[in-house]
Design a protein around this ligand. Sequence first.
Ligand code: ADP
Ligand code: MG
Length: 685
Amino acid sequence: MPDIANQPVTSLRGVGPRMAEKLAEAGIEQVEDLLFHLPLRYQDRTRITPLGAVQPGSDVVVEGEVRVADIAFGRRRSLLCRIQDNTGTLSLRFFHFSAAQKNNLQPGRRIRCFGEVRRGASGLEMYHPEYRLIDDAQPTPVAESLTPIYPGSAGVSQATWRKLCEQAVDLVARAAPSDLLPDREGFGLSLVEALTYLHAPPPDAPQELIRDGRHPAQLRLALEELVAHNLSLEKLRRQQQARGAPVLEGGQAALDEFVGTLPFALTAAQRRVVDEILDDLAKPVPMLRLVQGDVGSGKTVVAACAARRAMACGFQVAIMAPTEILAEQHRASFANWFEGEGISPCLLTGRVKGNARRSTLEAIASGEAPLVIGTHALFQDDVVFSRLGLVVVDEQHRFGVHQRLRLTQKGEQPHQLVMTATPIPRTLSMVAYADLDCSVIDELPPGRQPVQTVLISDSRRDKVIERVRAACEGGRQAYWVCTLIEESDALEAQAAEATCQDLETRLPGLRIGLVHGRLKPSAKEAVMQQFKQGEIDLLVATTVIEVGVDVANASLMIIENPERLGLAQLHQLRGRVGRGSEASHCVLLFKSPLSQQGQARLSSMRESNDGFYIAERDLELRGPGEVLGTRQTGLMDFRVADIQVHGDLLDRVRELAGELADHQPERVDPLIRRWLGNAERFASV
Ligand code: ADP
Ligand code: MG
């Protein structure tokens, strides 16, 4: 893009400091930002519709002679003006008007109006049309192109948006920037042609195609944007890999011994992924690997194998989990698995305070603590490692890319292992995780039975409670999950408390526990521990138990108001059961009536236990921002491209990015700068 594009908007005519401020609120700071501020839709002001041909519901330009203009006293006083051409008549109605306005609309004058036609008291009417009186001697031209309607913003009128965008496009068109995509790869359009087309389409432009985001001009821009995005992730990856990492090899005996002491044999998929990781660790560049595996596929032990290798090589390992419950559970699993080897993991969460925290930090800094498990408290500046060799991020989708990268800056350049149970549809992972290599654990440990899922209306709550009683009396354990829309710990906790009390009165024979985000960690752990030991039959919980919690004897889960949650989250929750050899059940206790969309979504839960299928459905039904979780929506914040609309371009995007990097590397930085600005998103965290 020529320099002009990077000028501040104040370089444009009509933009003073106040307007600049308003534009900044809409994220528009440079001329370039206006170029990519594309219209939502268009109005056709390119031709005059004869009055006899206007249809209610359409936006049209009409022209006619004023016949009468009078005040009408109906329910509301209004100025009613009747105009006529040689095909018919139309009424214009103004509820707000001035005396001058009325005087202007003298019978016999010609007037041109634009507005929406509707049925009114006097037949077809236009309310408050835009109009101007015209002079027959001096013909008034109609618009040459469709009129853009821009995404609105308080304090910036459509007329202003139009003026500014037009100026921006003109300036850039005159500067004639060179195209950065490889030649012949622009759907037949240059960048400037595409932008010009979209800001001012010709009268015959296929508006439906544009509405669907599939016009060649849009494809041209989306393709270039996705290529730029891909190149920026590649660059990030190269930067990280340029720094070098400790070579972690050897220590095979320790690892074999560790695997040998596990109470189960690794699945073939787990072994394959462990091998892929060990290969990476043995290289002098930092591993950047994403492990995807459905809930219950056994990712934790895979991480433990990687940790064992790193520790055997004399390096520290940090494992980060999204919740305290999960961090604590990992600490317990690792303590158990590594007990025989005398390795005891230490825990660092926001709740570890005072002396305990001080001595933990010391042990981390001195290198005495080989294995540290925690929450995002691990990011804090006062956490300093002595020899950090491996960082494991569990449930990656819960963290932002920034957080992940921040932890990696704690060591020289540790290897990174990122794990997620939210299967990411291929299209999304190509975009969101293009900087990571990917391994998939596509097999569950043997003996698991698929969870049977049923949808039951809350009008049959009694039946469901009966079912819980029967299951628990039969020696099984159950979860009762309470959900809320707002992410308010306090409200969610209240709801769970109320439900717990209600269930206690109705199920007097059962031992019922309660866990939510407002409990002290010691209290939370105590309840979880009791549930694990089988001392609690029914655990009433909020979605804090969503990730990772592992109790094999629990085989029934009730989820209240499942319609409030995303499918991926429901799948995660449901993954808490079906971990043992018993047949497991999940009851989605929905609030009736259920919307059609809600019905469709919950039905996909009933249809499938396959996280990938569910993720694809979720993407279809909710869009990428939601699927990746709000914390990562920034990642999907494209100017033009839309993963759902342009997913089919992604294969080509990868090819083109590779081609540019190999053959026209001088275009890479300008392309990234054009689309991602100087931020380069997360490169500079
Ligand atoms: P997730 O992939 O959801 O994080 P976990 O790592 O929590 O799954 O594993 C789920 C359960 O399966 C744990 O109890 C774990 O000990 C057990 N597990 C893991 N791998 C195997 C295996 N190969 N055979 C049997 N059980 C396994
Ligand atoms: Mg897990």
